[in-house]
Design a protein around this ligand. Structure first.
Ligand code: ATP
Ligand code: MG
Ligand code: FE
Length: 335
């Protein structure tokens, strides 16, 4: 089964050709980071226009690299939510036009289902059920992966997503956009115990998260240092913030695994690329005798290969969408 997958939910225009869910024949990603950098974040209108410009060349390149023509494809898959509506619409319209013109099945995929499915690409032994910690620019979810296409949300953030917190802290300490990778890098030179930032463990929601407190604490720390005329050691702030955020993620994930009896944990989303998080969660799983999986770097942040992998399992389960498929900016994970 050969699937052409398209991803345009945020600021990456991506197309991939994926065979049987695990053979990535191509995975072309055109990032808009340089375009949004000067604004310190993604500007939705600019994102849509850039997707329009890049969509066709990116698909062409994906087909070429895969040595595939339209005729050899079994289906066209596309992210239809959640995400920026104008950005999603570019991919959805393109996928619909292609499916119609070629007379091929159309499969709409949930973006987070894509992130979770990135784990299947390099771990063919990984099969549901398992617990997945989804950490990205817009999500911080503990997800019970019941089966392909069937999910239960055990807990989630009540305010900022973890990636958002990384990006905002990075901006405050002058590291630019996107901040996650920059914090990861500079934190290696800092002391993670230099500053004690708060950890939010809510009594009334053992699996829910809150990152606005730690973010505000970092901003307060910076303001106070400035008022007192003290110099700030950026690497220490980055390392201390990262340690505080990751500690909460790891503790809550391990608690959920133990209380729900999961023997396997997977990590997904852009922040799954974070080296401190990978190490910490990996070590906690090892100690608890729990299996641990994460995608390699390339498949953590937005890409179409993960959508193609999710679509392969959806295809096998008979999922087909009509040409009335629409972009759904607040799409919920299918139960
Ligand atoms: P969502 O998937 O929730 O819709 P998104 O698609 O915008 O949001 P992703 O592309 O999945 O987000 O992830 C981007 C986020 O990952 C950004 O916030 C970025 O800072 C963060 N990120 C990327 N690499 C790292 C890293 N090494 N450490 C920490 N954060 C990282
Ligand atoms: Mg992105
Ligand atoms: Fe994403």
């Amino acid at each position: 089964i050969r699937i052409l997958a398209i991803e345009t939910s945020c600021d990456e225009t991506s197309a991939a050709v994926v065979e049987n869910g695990t053979r990535i024949l191509s995975n072309v990603i055109s990032s808009q980071i340089d375009l949004h950098k000067k604004f310190g974040g993604v500007v939705p209108e600019l994102a849509s226009r850039k997707h329009m410009e890049k969509m066709d060349p990116v698909i062409q390149e994906a087909l070429e690299q895969a040595g595939t023509t339209f005729r050899d494809l079994d289906a066209v898959a596309v992210t239809y939510g959640p995400g920026l509506v104008g950005a999603l619409l570019v991919g959805v319209s393109e996928a619909k036009a292609m499916a119609y013109a070629m007379g091929k099945p159309l499969i709409g995929i949930h973006h987070i289902e894509g992130h979770i499915s990135a784990n299947y690409i390099e771990h063919p032994d990984l099969k549901p059920p398992f617990l997945c910690l989804v950490v990205s620019g817009g999500h911080t979810h503990l997800v019970h992966v019941k089966d392909y296409g069937h999910y239960g949300v055990i807990g989630k953030t009540r305010d900022d997503a973890i990636g958002e917190a990384f990006d905002k802290v990075a901006r405050a300490i002058g590291l630019g956009y996107p901040g996650g990778p920059a914090i990861d890098r500079i934190a290696r030179e800092g002391n993670p115990d230099a500053i004690r930032f708060p950890r939010a463990f809510m009594e009334d929601g053992p699996y829910d998260f809150s990152f606005s407190g730690v973010k505000s604490a970092v901003l307060n720390y910076l303001n106070q240092a400035k008022m007192r005329g003290e110099t700030v050691v950026v690497a220490d702030v980055a390392a201390s913030f990262q340690k505080a955020a990751v500690e909460v993620l790891v503790k809550k994930t391990m608690k959920a695994a133990k209380n729900h009896g999961f023997d396997t944990i997977a990590l997904a989303g852009g922040v799954a690329a974070n080296s401190w998080l990978r190490e910490s969660l990996g070590a906690a799983c090892k100690e608890a005798g729990i299996g641990f999986h994460h995608p390699s770097m390339l498949f953590c942040t937005d890409n179409a290969a993960m959508i193609g992998t999710a679509a392969y399992h959806a295809y096998r389960q008979g999922v087909r969408h009509g040409l009335d498929l629409n972009a759904v900016p607040d799409l919920k994970l299918p139960e």
